[in-house]
Design a binder for this molecule. Structure first.
Ligand SMILES: [Zn+2]
Length: 461
């Protein structure tokens, strides 16, 4: 039965541009071939691993709608999050700035750390340039004022009771669209479903058999205080996680179907990216994220469909980061900004292979974490994870032979790994702080309601 539900989306997502190349004139770029203004919709898939989508090579999962987007658009298969936590990562997506400069962070037992208003956000810039802006978010973690992510949105639908499911979030978007939407618009749709607790509604709650090869980690799971996994084996927990992703995919498809019905797919740029992944038992982290920056936590799906591009189905192997979204949108829509961005413009991939690629990507685990601050540098082969002042105590992984980053080579690094090169790159990145002083962290006390909700989500450490 679920197959019928999953494949309800009949429309194709093939790029509709007939001309093949982007018009040189920017005002023409901001009109579709039929003369409509070009809109922007950004989907952020919370807690979604790149390797748990069909388009990411995960064969057992059903994600037909995201896969269709990947086939119709440009898929960046080596995309990395700046940080493994929600607020840090979203702030980087929406400003193009690394977390150690924007200083926004998840609320925790220590308080809340909203994004400073010192930097321009994507929504602020789009709004100043005549775009209607609206956000539909689904977690207490990104609530207005607590997160600062509401900056620039005329409409900011948030949720303060833990997690709002994707179907109900869609209803809010549909209602807004019918009552208020004026083109051109920038809409942010946030889905939180793959975050714990894993509890996809029927009929999605029994789609998958447990992944085999895992034994019970009941005690460890219980120790972490997770809300609904106490009686699961790891294999069952992974299935529950996958069911949430399939549920989210189904409702993602409903938005695409809606835009198609409204005749907007030819005139809307769609960006789909996760804020971070999820550790499903790797490195003794069970159904969790935020505590490390290994591959499961930071390798994310990233896809862009621009109806003005003829590169549909293109797979980009180059390394990209979540901070690239901001400069890419600035360039695509011909917008100006004053942010000290660390991101790169990816529009070069929209009509040619001329994007400025980078040799290495950067991630960090937030200082607010109970463990030490940690930074990660990856090139196409090596992963180097260390503290700022502790290069001799690093994790080193060779992803050519160890794509899951399981076997740490840090104690005896292979001869062809150049640690100095990686550490210098890290110090160069952190040096941006001298050129662009970091925002002053804003620390605000938690109210009891937020504290209660954070406890449920496992963030009161
Ligand atoms: Zn998140």
């Amino acid at each position: 039965m679920y197959i019928a539900i999953l494949f309800i989306l009949g429309c194709g997502l093939s790029p509709s541009n007939e001309t093949g190349t982007l018009p040189a004139n920017q005002s023409a770029r901001n009109r579709s071939s039929a003369g409509q203004p070009v809109n922007l919709v950004i989907f952020t898939l919370d807690t979604t691993r790149a390797d748990h989508l069909g388009s990411g090579g995960y064969e057992r999962i059903l994600t037909p709608n995201l896969d269709r987007l990947a086939r119709g658009g440009i898929q960046y298969i080596n995309a990395y999050a700046q940080a493994p936590r929600t607020v840090e990562s979203h702030a980087s997506i929406f400003t193009g700035i690394y977390p150690f400069i924007h200083q926004a962070a998840n609320a925790s037992g220590r308080g809340k750390f909203p994004m400073s208003d010192r930097f321009e956000t994507l929504a602020e810039i789009m709004r100043e340039n005549g775009y209607q802006t609206a956000a539909f978010t689904t977690s207490v973690m990104v609530r207005a004022r607590d997160s600062g992510l509401e900056q620039g949105f005329e409409t900011y639908s948030d949720y303060d009771q833990g997690e709002l499911k994707a179907d109900r979030n869609n209803q809010r978007f549909f209602r807004w669209f019918e009552q208020k939407a004026v083109q051109p618009f920038f809409v942010w749709i946030h889905y939180y479903d793959p975050h714990i607790p894993y509890a996809a509604p029927a009929p999605f709650d029994s789609l998958y058999e447990p992944v085999t090869g895992h034994h019970t980690y009941k005690k460890i799971v219980r120790k972490q205080g997770l809300t609904n996994l106490e009686n699961y084996t790891v294999g069952e927990g992974i299935s529950r996680y996958d069911e949430e992703i399939t549920f989210m995919d189904h409702h993602f498809g409903k938005i695409i179907e809606f835009l198609n019905r409204k005749g907007l797919l030819d005139s809307t740029v769609l960006v789909t990216i996760a804020d971070h992944g999820e550790s499903l038992s790797e490195h003794n982290s069970f159904f969790s994220h935020g505590y490390d920056i290994f591959e499961p936590a930071v390798r994310i799906p990233c896809m862009i469909l621009d109806p003005g591009s003829d590169r549909g189905g293109m797979i980009v192997n180059a390394l990209v980061e979540s901070v690239d979204v901001f400069p890419t949108i600035m360039n695509r829509f011909g917008l100006r900004h004053s942010n000290p961005i660390q991101g790169r413009n990816l529009t070069g991939y929209f009509d040619s292979d001329t994007a400025v690629s980078r040799d290495r990507v950067f991630s960090q685990r937030n200082a607010d974490s109970p463990r030490i601050l940690q930074f990660g540098v990856r090139d196409r082969r090596w992963t180097y994870i260390t503290g700022k002042d502790t290069p001799r105590m690093a994790y080193v992984f060779d992803r050519d032979i160890d794509p899951g980053e399981i076997r740490n080579r840090g104690t005896h690094p292979p001869a062809d790994f150049d640690r100095d090169l990686f550490h210098e790159f890290l110090m160069d990145q952190l040096g941006a702080k001298d050129e662009y002083p970091a925002a002053t962290p804003i620390s605000l006390p938690l109210d009891s309601r937020l504290a209660e909700q954070l406890e449920v989500l496992g963030y009161m450490h």
